[in-house]
Design a binder for this molecule. Sequence first.
Ligand code: PGA
Length: 251
Amino acid sequence: MSRKNFIAGNWKMNTTADQARALAQEVVAVVGQVDDVDVAVCPPYTNLATVAEVIKGSNVKLGAQDVHWEPKGAFTGKVSCDMLKNVGVTYVIVGHSEQRSYFGETDETVNKKTKAVLAADLLPIVCVGETLEERKSGSMDKVIDRQVRGAFDGISAQDAEKCTIAYEPVWAIGTGETASPEQANQAHVFIRKIVSELFGEQISNIIRIQYGGSMKPDNAKALLAQSDVDGGLIGGAALKAGDFAGIVQPK
Ligand code: PGA
């Protein structure tokens, strides 16, 4: 089963509107016509509309970094799926480890967000991954199993097929430390097995699993060459168009 690679840039809390416009223009210049890899950029909420305008007509799609599951109402500081959709968003990152560790994201809220994103006809990128302590103490499999089953609880196979999963070992995020290609692939195979148990083998072969955590132009090729690594969720290296391009099309 061949899956099309999917590289998404997670800009996190970086870029003012001016900077976002400039970065998006550079990204379009270097990877805007790529069609053998799906490409998306996920700027902060305030820059979604700006970036939407810049990427229009290119192959670069727009993603958001988070969402609230409720459709509207008194939820100060939150943004709904409809709001995202209305500015041109296609993908929504859900359950990023920074949301989990700093902002109280739980498996339950990840599940609610994933369902809301799917109900709005947007495409979730569901993040999972173990911390260093969890890896060292041998509970990595248990943690990932809980996160994947939690995220997909009550979701139909038909909807699950539209999701991307991002495996992001927390110890590799922003640290310069990358999982080895073999370590990454082992985790991806494990995740795919859980998906297969939940939704059957066919769906598990369709779902793309991105790797995230210090992915760079110089390690992208080896990671992407792994059987079960279907792309990347890129933080730091997504803030430089040249580096991002070097991951989308690694040499
Ligand atoms: P990083 O971040 O590439 O800077 O490690 C990845 C992520 O958190 O999505």
